[in-house]
Design a protein around this ligand. Structure first.
Ligand code: NAD
Length: 478
């Protein structure tokens, strides 16, 4: 068994009471690592370390360039230790190694490098005034940041929050999900090796309600809370944060609509629609889990989409050929499997797929569901897509907008005007046309409606992780 502690004030430590839990490998279905199980007292200890490092330590006082150099060193170490980091996430939550090693770890390094550089070129804004005054914006670090992340992109999501927070001079307490704790401790070990001062990046393991997560969100010593996870958890965190008026950034659930128009390039639509729902076994907030197909291409599209889904390789996530691993945990597997029964009870039918061996679910296509069916409305978070036909653009837009979520949508068409028109009409945070998951880290990322509050990325992260201050000076006549 491997072992992972909290990292607090520059030391890897056990919980105050010595408590631990086991992280379970969902492919082997056995425990593989012993992890420190934090309590609210450990969360307080981590916050105190971050507070001291912010109030008295060098980090917030370094220049953007000096902090950037250390973050680039950390990115170098992430790249040098890619196999260990990728294997940790794959073992913790079953994501195929081709995704953790091929996407998540490179993206983690990119997150660190991007925010290290971006902060140095976006720190200045000045407003020469006609009145003989001069105003400018000073981006002061906000203070102590609590970063609470989910299990579906453990390292990638941690760095998405930690990188901008650190680049702008904050100190951080990172709480990984209890299902995927390992890579957070590995990241904190590498951060110390890269020269991050003690207490600047702390990691504390544990659960949410009544545990570490809740304690972080209730702490008056925390200045910002950035959270990614379920919509219901986002509500609980918002309520806790309201007590101290702590600003929150919430990236929540989704029910991505994927609209295939009859004038599209079908090859491209099939390729991206497969990626959109079956990558990471559909355990992706951005998953294209509702597939609206225009009636003229329904038969052709569905046949080719089905063939492609059936060709996907399910198996041991540590093998390079595997495209779908197990779901992240037994509990989550049961939840997703339960949705197949819920769909059937609502009159829908599994066209292909269903429950596989162990905790796997085969790529599953559901047909015959209505717009109001639970399988169409609720986030399943598994490799399950519901296919619904439509006749015209207006109907497609109305259906796409008709869930409580608003994270993202995809559309496939060759008609440029339609692409712009539909993008404008969709109430979501991101629209992808003829592609999926392509990110420019300068662009806003977040959700409309129940999919989130606020945006991260580029200057949006800057504005959240700083306290922008207006400085106004009079320029006296000589
Ligand atoms: P979750 O909400 O159950 O847990 C996320 C994190 O919050 C974990 O670290 C957990 O321990 C912690 N937590 C739980 N209750 C808490 C509380 N009361 N106070 C403080 N912390 C608490 O989510 P999950 O199951 O780990 O992740 C899946 C969800 O995340 C899906 O809904 C998915 O759509 C969403 N997600 C959203 C995005 C996005 O960018 N919008 C990205 C990835 C995942």
């Amino acid at each position: 068994m491997e072992s992972f502690g909290h990292v607090i004030g520059g030391e890897e430590v056990e919980s105050r009471d010595g408590a631990t839990f086991e992280s379970v490998d969902p492919w082997e279905r056995t425990g593989w690592a012993t992890v420190a199980l934090g309590s609210p007292a450990d969360a307080d200890r981590a916050v105190a370390a971050a507070r001291a490092a912010f109030d008295n330590g060098p980090w917030p006082r370094l220049s953007l360039a000096e902090r950037g150099r250390i973050l680039h060193r950390l990115a170098d170490l992430v790249e040098a230790n890619a196999v260990e980091l990728a294997t940790a996430d794959t073992t913790d939550m079953g994501k195929p190694i081709r995704e953790t090693l091929g996407h998540d770890v490179p993206r983690a390094a990119q997150n660190l490098r991007f925010f290290a550089d971006h902060s140095t070129v976006t720190a200045a804004e000045s407003f020469p005034m006609a009145t003989g005054h001069h105003a400018y914006t000073q981006y002061d670090p906000a203070g102590v940041v609590a970063a609470i992340v989910p299990w579906n992109f453990p390292l990638m999501m941690a760095t998405w929050k930690v990188a901008p927070a650190l680049a702008w001079g904050n100190t951080v307490v990172l709480k990984p999900a209890e299902q995927s704790p390992a890579s957070a401790t590995l990241l904190a070990r590498l951060a110390l090796a890269a020269g991050l001062p003690p207490g600047v990046l702390n990691v504390v393991h544990g659960y949410g309600p009544g545990s570490v997560g809740q304690a972080l969100t209730e702490s008056p010593q925390v200045d910002r809370i950035t959270f990614t996870g379920e919509t219901t958890t986002g509500r609980a965190i918002s309520r806790a944060a309201a007590e101290n008026l702590t600003p929150v950034s919430l990236e929540l659930g989704g029910k991505g609509a994927n609209i295939v128009f009859d004038d599209c390039d079908i090859d491209r639509a099939v390729h991206w629609s497969i990626r959109a729902i079956f990558s990471n076994s559909g355990q992706v907030c951005l998953a294209g889990s509702r597939l609206y197909v225009q009636r003229g291409v329904l038969d052709t599209f569905l046949r080719r989409f089905t063939e492609a889904a059936q060709r996907l390789v399910i198996g041991n996530p540590k093998e390079r050929s595997t495209e779908l691993g197990p779901l992240s945990s037994e509990e989550h597997f049961r939840k997703v499997a339960g949705y197949l029964d819920i769909a059937a009870a609502d009159g829908a039918r599994v066209h292909t797929g269903g429950v596989g061996d162990g905790w796997t679910i085969r790529p599953t296509i559901v047909v015959g569901a209505g717009q109001r069916a639970r399988i169409t409305q609720e986030e399943v978070f598994g490799p399950v897509v519901v296919v619904l036909p439509f006749d015209d653009e207006q109907e497609a837009v109305a259906a796409a907008n008709d869930t409580p979520y608003g994270l993202n949508a995809m559309l496939f068409t060759r008609d440029l005007s339609r692409a712009h028109r539909v993008s404008r009409a969709l109430r979501v945070g991101t629209v992808w046309t003829n592609c999926f998951f392509v990110r420019d880290l300068r662009a806003p990322f977040g959700g409309a409606k129940n999919s989130g509050v606020g945006r991260e990325g580029g200057v949006f992260s800057r504005d959240f992780f700083t306290e922008p201050k207006a400085v106004v000076m009079e320029i006296a006549d000589a």
